[in-house]
Design a binder for this molecule. Structure first.
Ligand code: HEM
Length: 227
């Protein structure tokens, strides 16, 4: 079952031609993972899941017993717990991005980046050939990631007032879209960071689980004993 859960990475990365949609594979990955840990609890009669880790034997002394059986169980528990956290983060991430994309008037990351670039070109065009205070203000506003509403507005000559008002409005729009882009990127980054942790935990846990499973099969089922 553990290998079945891990097969998700095969479909996602290595053999994309495997039948079924990635979404269905993730569904299988999630539920098979949860059922696996429940069965692992069951086959050891729910021992080791109570606080105190090694029970009456105390400390962490049991971890290497039964060919690292308790370690395999804890590794599986940690992996499944991490998976559940990740699934929740995935839902949260999708929610944040969808809400943001529907309220910013532009959409998701790629469209936002394109629109922000367009707004920057507009500001550059408006400030071309204008007075020094006009240009300096626009440059500062384009450089600053902070709220441009707090930037002091310089004295602008009456003939530049209309273009300055347009540039200012464009800069405000850009700042609003930048904040939206940052929110979406942050949500993605949080999920990607979790993903890296889950993917580091997975091979470590798999090694311990496979070691335990193979040696238990060899000794308890096939009766081969190592001196
Ligand atoms: C035996 C237990 C598990 C193993 C060995 C395992 C292993 C993996 C691996 C290797 C990946 C990376 C796939 C890739 O990108 O190539 C992955 C992704 C993931 N796993 Fe698990 N996992 C387990 C349990 C779970 C459980 C129980 C859940 C959810 C409740 C879960 C949720 C996820 C999610 C959400 C992803 C990222 C999906 C994506 O972005 O495509 N995992 N898992």
């Amino acid at each position: 079952m553990v290998l079945g859960v891990a097969a998700y990475t095969l479909r996602r990365r290595f053999v994309r031609s495997l039948p079924g949609m990635a979404r269905d594979w993730l569904w299988m990955h999630t539920w098979l993972g949860i059922i696996t840990v429940l069965i692992a609890f069951l086959h050891e009669n729910y021992t080791y899941i109570i606080p105190g880790v090694c029970g009456s034997s105390g400390g962490l002394s049991c971890l290497s017993q039964f060919y690292f059986g308790p370690s395999a169980l804890f590794a599986l528990m940690l992996l499944v717990l991490s998976g559940v956290v990740g699934r929740l983060l995935d839902v949260w991430q999708a929610h944040v991005i969808a809400r943001d994309a529907s309220t910013n008037g532009v959409g998701i990351t790629q469209s936002l980046e394109e629109r922000i670039l367009e707004l920057e070109y507009t500001v550059e065009r408006l400030s071309a050939g204008k007075s020094e205070p006009f240009k300096a203000y626009c440059l500062k506003a384009l450089d600053s990631m902070s709220n441009i509403a707090t930037l002091p507005v310089p004295p602008i000559s009456p003939q530049e007032q209309t273009d300055f008002a347009r540039a200012h409005e464009t800069l405000l729009d850009r700042a609003r879209l930048l904040a939206s882009l940052q929110r979406q990127q942050q949500a993605r980054l949080i999920f990607r960071t979790w993903r890296s942790i889950h993917m580091i935990l997975a091979p470590i846990a798999l090694l311990i689980i496979l070691y335990h499973a193979i040696l238990e099969i060899l000794t308890s089922i096939l009766g081969i004993h190592f001196s």
